[in-house]
Write a protein that binds this ligand. Structure first.
Ligand code: ATP
Ligand code: MG
Ligand code: MG
Ligand code: MG
Length: 562
């Protein structure tokens, strides 16, 4: 491709509204442009990177028996009503009406559509298992679209769905998919971990996330420093049982803490570490009250809790709202007993508190001797994986560390959730009608592009790895007024192309400085510069990732590049 004929609008300045490296450089190097909040255009270089990622994804999906399809983005509301998600999906679902006033959604995911499709076509166990996948634009009206392609409102996802007659068959495909995902992210050169996604289920065999380790990641994972163990430490959602026995107040001591308003005040006054104080807060998020249990000291926990609640807009509930919802069961702080159905989130550190302090639902008083799990009438405590830095790893190998991660993939065993809701049935070997057993498997293809972009760059620009680079070689003619340089460039362009190198030839009538700066930004793995030594048939070759340079004769080039 001649650079004079393509569309690579590079920028010299760092765009003001881009706050992470990948977003900044994808804009600066002319790979993408924002159209509106969370919505992007992929320019020629960006499109090529996407295509490379998609190619790897397709190869690995095909290798585990996936069949590619393309499902509609425009989805009738009836399907979503059948599954119950028309009501429950919330404001991320983009809804619209057609000219006949019928309701539709733009697909954020495709369980409904695919279950309905397979339901109508597959009636017998003989046609199972079946794995279908697609690479398609998804729509989610994210509350806070940000970090460029990392969290868009329109983005590209690979989503696969598998249908099975037996649990064993699902387990087998699930394991194949996990391996395929590992292959994909390894081939993409990403520094990733497969993590147990559901911190609420012991063992976590039924859902895994694939996390690229990155300081800008929005998830936190706990991992063993010596084994493969890793888990997402998302806030655990806790089930509350109203019938749980009353708190045994005899273990608690009510102490006077006059005028001690903040956690730090209380801690200092009672001479206990702030980390031993249980904080109970009630937030209002999208009109829903959420009870948050957190350990006192951790600024980090506060941030995480806000994060878990997506709580830039979450406000502390007013006393009236709390009383209205919870009756007299809760004050602003204190050992609590919550009605069933109230959403409670707890931070992972709370379980470690022994004989802590909590508010007494009475101004100027606190309880000491508080033990979460006993004094908080929360029945599901034992099921939650509470992990802290330095804990022994649950698999018995190594010590727990924390890292931030970008969720690039997610695999689930869905079971019969959607087949039952949408009446997706088949006849089993014994002639009995059974719901399909299903799995679903997603990869954020455009998010992966940003994750690779985040990992592969230096002070000058991108340092694309071979598998995803938009072109293999950047051929630069330093002075396009020089016949020898033009001629040698043309020769090399043909030669390299004949050896299947994908070449971007900078044949523009620009100053050398501009060409080199753009070339650094774009970051192709190899740069071949045709300059003054063209008369002798010599070129300069620079390896982008290492910065090594060589002077090679035209005749040596192909051999040495290989
Ligand atoms: P997140 O926790 O980041 O919101 P999710 O858990 O809602 O993601 P899934 O429903 O598991 O996402 O979708 C499968 C994959 O699609 C995710 O693992 C992620 O890679 C990608 N993805 C999800 N939301 C977005 C988005 N807004 N922009 C880009 N990619 C996304
Ligand atoms: Mg999401
Ligand atoms: Mg997620
Ligand atoms: Mg997910």
């Amino acid at each position: 491709m001649k650079q004079s004929k393509t569309f690579i609008p590079t920028l010299r300045e760092v765009p003001a509204d881009a706050d992470v490296k990948s977003h900044q450089l994808l804009l600066r190097a002319g790979f993408i442009r924002q159209s509106t909040s969370g919505v992007y255009s992929y320019l020629p270089l960006g499109k090529k990177v996407l295509a490379n990622i998609e190619k790897i994804v397709r190869e690995e999906m095909d290798a585990v028996g996936g069949n590619e399809v393309l499902l509609p983005a425009l989805q009738q509301a009836e399907l979503w009503q059948e599954s119950g998600r028309w009501e429950h999906y919330g404001p991320e679902l983009i809804r619209l009406k057609d000219r006949h006033n019928r309701d539709f959604a733009l697909g954020p995911t495709h369980e409904e559509v695919i279950t309905a499709l397979v339901r109508d076509e597959v009636k017998s166990y003989k046609k199972l298992p079946l794995t279908l996948y697609q690479i398609q634009t998804k729509f989610r009206d994210e509350k806070r679209p940000r970090f460029g392609l990392l969290r868009g409102r329109e983005f590209i996802m690979k989503d696969a769905y598998s249908f099975h007659a037996t649990q064993e068959s699902l387990d087998e495909t699930y394991d194949d998919m996990v391996q395929a995902y590992k292959n994909i992210f390894t081939r993409l050169g990403l520094n990733f971990r497969a993590v147990i996604a559901d911190s609420g289920s012991i063992g976590g065999k039924d859902t895994h996330e694939f996390m690229v380790l990155s300081e800008i990641g929005e998830d936190t994972i706990a991992y063993s420093d010596t084994s493969d163990y890793a888990a997402n430490i998302e806030m655990a959602e806790v089930k509350v049982d109203y019938s749980a026995p009353d708190v045994d107040m005899t273990e608690l001591q009510k102490v006077e803490t006059p005028d001690q308003k903040t956690i730090e005040d209380v801690a200092a006054f009672l001479e206990v570490p702030a980390s031993n104080i249980v904080k109970t807060l009630v937030f209002k998020v999208d009109e829903e009250l959420v009870v948050v249990l957190a350990r006192g000291d951790h600024e980090v926990n506060d941030i995480k809790l806000k994060h878990a609640l997506d709580a830039e807009t979450a406000e502390l509930a007013t006393d009236e709202e709390i009383v209205e919802l919870l009756g007299s069961h809760i004050g602003s702080l204190g050992p609590i007993k919550l009605p069933v159905g109230v959403k409670v989130v707890a931070d992972h550190a709370i379980k470690s508190i022994r004989n802590g302090v909590a508010g007494a639902n009475e101004d100027g008083y606190h309880y000491t001797g508080v033990n979460p799990g006993r004094d908080f009438a929360v029945d599901a405590y034992e099921d939650i994986r509470f992990i802290q830095v330095g804990d022994p790893s649950p698999d018995g190998e190594g010590t727990i560390k924390f890292a931030e991660g970008i969720e690039v993939g997610h695999v689930f065993k869905l079971g019969t959730k959607y087949s039952e809701a949408l009446n997706g049935m088949f006849l089993d070997e014994n002639g009995r009608n059974q719901p399909f057993i299903m799995g679903c498997y997603g990869i954020g293809v455009s998010r992966v592009m940003a994750a690779v972009a985040e990992q592969y760059q230096d002070a000058y620009g991108f340092t694309w790895p071979q598998q995803v680079t938009p072109y293999d070689v950047h051929l630069i003619t330093v002075n396009t007024k020089d016949d020898a340089q033009n001629e040698l460039s043309e020769d090399l362009y043909k030669l390299l192309t004949s050896y299947r190198y994908d070449v971007l030839h900078d044949d523009r009538k620009e100053r050398a400085g501009v060409k080199f700066a753009d070339s650094d930004l774009i970051g192709l793995p190899v740069r071949v510069t045709v300059g003054k030594k063209a008369v002798d048939g010599i070129v300069e070759v620079k390896v982008r990732q290492t910065g090594e340079t060589f002077e090679w004769a035209k005749e040596e080039l192909i051999d040495r590049l290989n």
